[in-house]
Design a protein around this ligand. Structure first.
Ligand SMILES: [Zn+2]
Length: 338
């Protein structure tokens, strides 16, 4: 009898402890903040990333998605599926066979694509410090010693050789790039625009198909102004994001904006693609503006959905920032992706 009682107390203790820890580790909680700091600022984060790479390779030996390269007149973009749902990119300038890597966080997998393309890597562009974007820099730099590593120094990107600020322009081979300082997800998050025809933008964890990144190190006004830098690019600019999150994002878009026909048709298309794990990237700026709620905080539908009304005399951007904050909070509760 006493034994049964003791076991029941231990059982209840375990459940209560588990629920307490789960709550404590929730985004925004003090323990989450500590965990995030350890992940982003210490080598324990790198160790965790390597474990994630290993686990993802066991689950999907050929990568999480079936990818296809896109050919343009002067360059080719090869998406590389990494870790559980990340995308790195290999940009190849055709005339000089120069290779540029974007967020190559798994050096071994990326190297297979580099060898296959038989290109010389001249640069690594790093959107932000998180290990699932920057975790391959040091290893790749050992192999491609002349490669320049671009990023924003506020983020402490590993192996950085070239610090970039907002609107900095630089050339790699014959390709022209512009850095856009886009903080919010991290303090130094940077998107890279390839000034080709058409333009391409590598958005890291700022903007995804149908969604945006979490605001780990910034407020809603900061994140919104970063996202507006992408919205201000020409409509035919091609968006290459850092994750395969379209399905989760558009599920949420449908929940928040149920009468939007563009959301419905994009979600149906994404579901079809994901049935056999095909990539849902890229998209364009004009396309995203039709279904991505985070680019539509100026629409009545989104303002109403999050219950925000412009106050008398309130600046439009201030009202949009409040709507953005509410929208991001709703998304965090609806389905949690980083
Ligand atoms: Zn990130």
């Amino acid at each position: 009898m006493l034994m049964t009682y003791a076991l029941a107390v231990i059982g209840i203790g375990f459940v209560a402890g588990y629920l307490y820890l789960k709550k404590m580790f929730k985004a925004g909680s003090p323990l989450f903040a500590v965990g995030y700091m350890v992940y982003s600022k210490t080598s324990l984060g790198s160790y965790y990333h390597q474990k994630n790479i290993k686990a993802a390779k066991e689950k999907h030996p050929d990568g999480h998605s079936v990818v296809e390269a896109q050919e343009f007149q002067d360059y080719k973009i090869q998406p590389i599926p990494l870790v559980a749902d990340n995308y790195a990119y290999l940009i190849i300038e055709k005339s000089s066979n120069t290779g540029i890597l974007v967020d190559p966080s798994d050096a071994a997998t990326v190297q297979v694509y580099v060898d296959e393309a038989n290109v010389t890597i001249s640069a690594i562009l790093t959107t932000h410090k998180h290990w699932d974007h920057s975790g391959g820099n040091t290893e790749l730099k050992k192999v491609h010693q002349d490669a320049r590593v671009y990023g924003n120094s506020n983020d402490g990107v590993p192996g950085i050789t070239h610090h970039v600020n907002d609107k900095d322009e630089f050339k790699i081979g014959n390709l022209q790039f512009t850095a856009l300082f886009t903080p919010g997800h991290t303090v130094g998050h940077t998107a890279f625009v390839l000034e080709g025809s058409p333009k391409c933008v590598f958005t890291g964890d700022l903007l995804f198909v149908g969604g945006c990144g979490r605001m780990f190190e910034g407020t809603a006004p900061i994140m919104l102004s970063s996202i507006n830098k992408i919205a201000d690019l020409p409509g035919d600019t091609i968006i290459w994001p850092g994750h395969e999150y379209a399905k989760d994002n558009l599920d949420f878009a449908q929940h928040i904006d149920p009468n939007n026909e563009d959301v419905k048709s994009k979600l149906a298309w994404v579901k079809e693609k994901r049935k056999d794990s095909h990539m849902t990237i890229p998209s364009t700026v004009a396309e995203e503006k039709t279904y991505n709620p985070f680019l539509r905080t100026d629409s009545d539908a989104i303002m109403e959905a999050v219950g925000i009304k412009t106050k008398e005399g309130e600046d439009q951007m201030a009202a949009r920032s409040r709507a953005f904050a509410e929208l991001r909070a709703c998304k965090d509760k609806y389905n949690y992706v980083l």
